[in-house]
Design a protein around this ligand. Structure first.
Ligand code: BGC
Ligand code: NOJ
Length: 833
């Protein structure tokens, strides 16, 4: 069952009923100011940091789930009828409803008793504010006297404190109202230099800033008294819960449409010019006022929307494909790329599953996210790498997270996740392959954010590599530390205290648990770095890396292979995890993916065998489960993984992030059909038809789909902020379609699944545009089996009319060049690797 449809031309998802299985959200903003907006206008806004600078209040885990938002109310001043044009929070019946989530904007339109209201919300580029462009149309045959109310509830900045410290917070809320603009200035009197504002383009007939006054005693946002009465009371908040509610009157003639804009935003004043007159304690609004005025003007709003659309066209223009597979095209061209940008902006901080106060920017997470956006925003990716590396510790290890506002490592979460450093290497490699910017390796970057400790980025990468090499266990495999990619495989933890955090609890001393996953990851990272070091002329370092990688492969060969798949780890006692010798958790997906990606077992048949084991034991129609059999009981030796009920999250859930590794591995092992099959199992668009089962948004990936052991098998959770986005994008574009940036050119190496026709790709690369056509040569089915074209690879590459040896399209002759590439694929042809 569907709750809407894709509008591919407009790059929108159109939701056609408000009661989606879960709130289906979108993001506003892509620079400093962000908002979450649901299909019923729920959500909140913040400046840079969802915890430390939250503008509006949101109530997570409420009933209904989605409460707190950009709520408008309509009142028919003739009949007293009231409703919310976004359905929530009043949930009065609507005669028509449609929500269009687009790229950086959301439009919610509805009709109720002949009044159509359409609200488009977005953040203009370069601004720290959001505009709600409201258009009300009277479709009745008679005039309509209406009241329109725009409302927000202020959050007292630090969302964590706001939700807990009531003994203080009920006394400190402050607002001022000046010329119809409501300013939220809690704590401005003391150390804050920032404030928020809410304004309206139409003259207001009244306002409220005290929540109680607007809602009325014992009422919620679903039944505000002021709306019922048709009159706000110009209340001033003194402590308690400051809000902003503004009321306008609209007299709409039959057929008339009127536009009213609301603007919600954030501003700062210089510390020495906070007040006007100086010393008066009164907010100086002189700088912000013109900004507000400007964004209430219809022409400015239209221009800002156009600029926003153009910006997204530009970003997505970096890679566009036409394969004939609507789900792949739609995700790659629009939604997957969009989600990548959202993970770039927010890492794992703020969604409807991430509260914005729990986690900042993840070190591992953000490094991986980079793989999905580096081609769209290479300069910003560069800065992200430098920011991440600056939180690295001198040991080469890393803080697991940092706060975006301060860019300092998060002590509360700490470090010791032994896979973290290797992801930095992969991120830098992806960046360098995309841009050719080897100079980034000479950039001075501090350790742990400490001025004076700057060393070239190259030094950070070496320490990242050494971090692993200096921490090898009894089998010569990397020590796992707190955990590796799988945060929940806590082999040294032994936690038996209820509620204790598995991620931060003191590990048992002397832990020698080892990770086969990190071994594979290390080999992958080391091999990437070899190319870079060579290009920089560091032959000795390249040789050292090669030797280290070879030793690691040998350790995996000797101790990482279980007979039919790769083992996962060795526990505290040196016993294998992810082995046929175990009763549960016999086979894990992660090492099968990463080891094959690192090339381990590709030549001796073990890769194929491991992938067949995955298909047999872990694959479900809803995607590949993380491990099997799921753990039935809590196991002290394994930690959080066994804390989850079977089938959820890391305990046998379909952890979507890992699935693309298997897609890539299948491509590498010569089975593109297998890759595409896995790709489509978790592709959100391909799952749209079962939205009632999937339940999360059909336009973005979710972190997890409940596995076979779960009663809710097929149900997704934790949409939006997941490494699933970047990796699926990489799997689809770089491996199935085979368009991979390399240091010395653009690799054109598609492994198209059988039955695919011609494929067209437009790829911006190093300042040029590559227009690539891939044609499958008409070959007879040499093996006569009608089966997949295992060996279908590029046999002819013609670049700007010139035939090329191999599959690497050379770097552009000049910036701005348009380069025509023709690739012909043939099956059953021996091609040198
Ligand atoms: C989740 C993991 C996540 C970790 C982050 C765990 O509860 O299951 O998916 O990586 O928390 O701290
Ligand atoms: C989610 C975390 O954000 C990610 O870093 C981790 O790798 C996965 N969970 C698996 O535990």
């Amino acid at each position: 069952m569907r709750y809407g449809a894709f509008d591919d031309d407009r790059r929108e998802y159109v939701i056609d009923r408000p009661d989606t299985p879960l709130p289906w959200i979108n993001y506003l903003g892509s620079e400093d100011y962000f908002g979450i907006i649901s299909n019923t206008a729920g959500g909140y806004s913040f400046f840079r940091d969802a915890r430390l600078r939250r503008l509006t209040r949101y109530r997570y885990n409420n009933a209904p789930l989605d409460l707190g938002g950009r709520y408008l109310y309509l009142r028919d001043d003739e009949t007293g009828d009231t409703w919310s044009p976004s359905w929530q929070p009043m949930r009065s019946e609507l005669d028509a409803y449609e929500c269009r989530h687009g790229l950086g904007y959301t439009t919610i339109a509805s009709r109720h008793s002949g009044i159509r209201v359409e609200t488009c919300s977005f953040v203009p580029l370069g601004e720290t504010l959001e505009v709600w462009r409201v258009r009300a149309t009277n479709e009745r045959a008679r005039p309509a006297p209406l009241s329109l109310f725009g409302t927000v509830e202020w959050c007292l900045w630090d969302a964590q404190d706001d939700a807990t410290n009531f003994q203080r917070n009920y006394s400190i809320g402050e607002v001022v109202v000046e010329d119809g603009v409501i300013y939220h200035m809690t704590e401005y009197r003391e150390r804050r230099d920032h404030f928020a504002f809410f304004a309206c383009s139409a003259p207001i007939v009244g306002f409220d800033t005290a929540r109680d006054a607007f809602l009325g005693p014992y009422r919620g946002w679903d039944r505000p008294l002021a709306v019922e009465r048709g009159a706000t009371s110009d209340s001033m908040a003194h402590g308690w819960q400051p809000i902003a509610a503004e009321q306008v009157k609209l007299e709409l003639a039959p057929g008339e449409t009127r536009q009213v804009a609301f603007v919600l935003g954030y501003a700062e004043n210089p510390r020495d010019a906070k007040f006007h007159p100086a010393g008066s304690g009164r907010l100086d609004t002189r700088r912000v006022r013109p900004v507000i005025e400007r964004h209430l003007e219809p022409a400015v709003i239209e221009a800002a929307l156009e600029t926003l659309h153009a910006r997204w066209d530009e970003l997505l223009g970096a890679l566009q494909v036409a394969t004939g597979n609507e789900h792949l095209d739609r995700m790659v061209n629009t939604w997957n790329a969009y989600q990548n940008m959202v993970t770039f902006n927010l890492s794992r901080s703020a969604s409807l599953f991430e509260s914005g106060i729990g986690r900042g920017m993840g070190f591992r997470d953000s490094n991986q996210d980079l793989l999905g956006f580096v081609h769209m925003v290479p300069e910003r990716a560069r800065q992200r790498i430098l920011d991440l590396a600056a939180t690295q510790l001198t040991s080469g290890g890393a803080y697991h997270q940092y706060q975006p506002l301060t860019k300092r490592g998060n002590d509360a979460v700490g470090s010791g996740f032994n896979d973290d450093p290797a992801w930095l290497v992969l991120a830098v490699a992806a960046y360098v392959r995309e841009t050719g910017d080897l100079a980034i390796l000479d950039e001075p970057v501090p350790y742990d954010g400490e001025p004076g400790t700057e060393r070239p980025l190259d030094d950070h990468l070496r320490r990242a590599i050494d971090y692993t090499l200096e921490r090898l266990g009894p089998h010569g495999l990397p020590l796992i530390g707190r955990a590796d990619w799988n945060d929940c495989l806590n082999l040294n933890c032994f936690s038996d205290t209820p509620g204790e955090s598995f991620q931060t609890t003191e590990n048992r001393a002397g832990g020698v648990a080892e990770s086969v996953f990190i071994a594979g990851l290390f080999v992958l990272a080391a091999r990437e770095l070899i190319g870079i070091e060579k290009a920089r002329g560091n032959e000795a370092e390249a040789r050292r890396l090669r030797a280290a990688a070879d030793r690691m492969v040998a350790a995996v060969d000797d101790h990482g292979w279980d007979g039919a798949w790769f083992r996962r780890a060795y526990d505290f006692f040196g016993d294998p995890v992810g082995s046929a010798a175990n009763d549960e958790g016999q086979i894990y997906v992660e090492p099968q993916g990463i080891c094959v990606m690192a090339g381990i077992g590709l030549e001796d048949g073990r890769a194929r065998q491991a992938l067949d084991s995955v298909r047999e034991r872990l694959a479900t129609p809803h995607g590949i489960m993380l491990q099997q059999p799921a753990y039935g009981e809590y196991d002290l030796r394994l930690g959080e993984i066994s804390s989850y009920p079977p089938g959820y999250k890391e305990n046998g859930g379909i952890f979507c992030h890992t699935n693309p590794w298997l897609m890539i591995a299948e491509v590498l092992a010569g089975n593109p059909e297998g890759a595409l099959d896995y790709y489509l199992r978790i592709n959100p668009s391909a799952r749209e038809a079962i939205s009632d089962i999937h339940r999360c948004e059909p336009y973005v990936y979710a972190q997890m789909i409940a596995g076979r052991d779960a009663p809710t098998h097929g149900e997704a959770k934790n949409s939006w902020l997941t490494g699933t986005a970047a990796w699926n994008y990489v799997a689809a574009t770089q491996w199935i379609l085979g368009i991979r940036p390399e240091l010395h050119g653009l690799r054109i190496d598609p492994r198209l699944p059988a039955g695919w026709g011609d494929v067209e790709v437009i790829r911006r690369f190093r300042g040029a545009t590559y227009r690539i056509s891939v044609r499958a040569a008409a070959t007879d089915d040499a093996e006569g089996d009608g089966g997949p074209p295992h060996a279908a690879r590029v046999t002819r590459l013609v670049v700007d009319g010139v035939p090329i040896e191999g599959s690497l399209a050379p770097l552009p002759p000049s910036p701005g060049a348009v380069i025509l590439v023709e690739a012909v694929l043939e099956r059953s042809v021996e091609i040198p690797a």
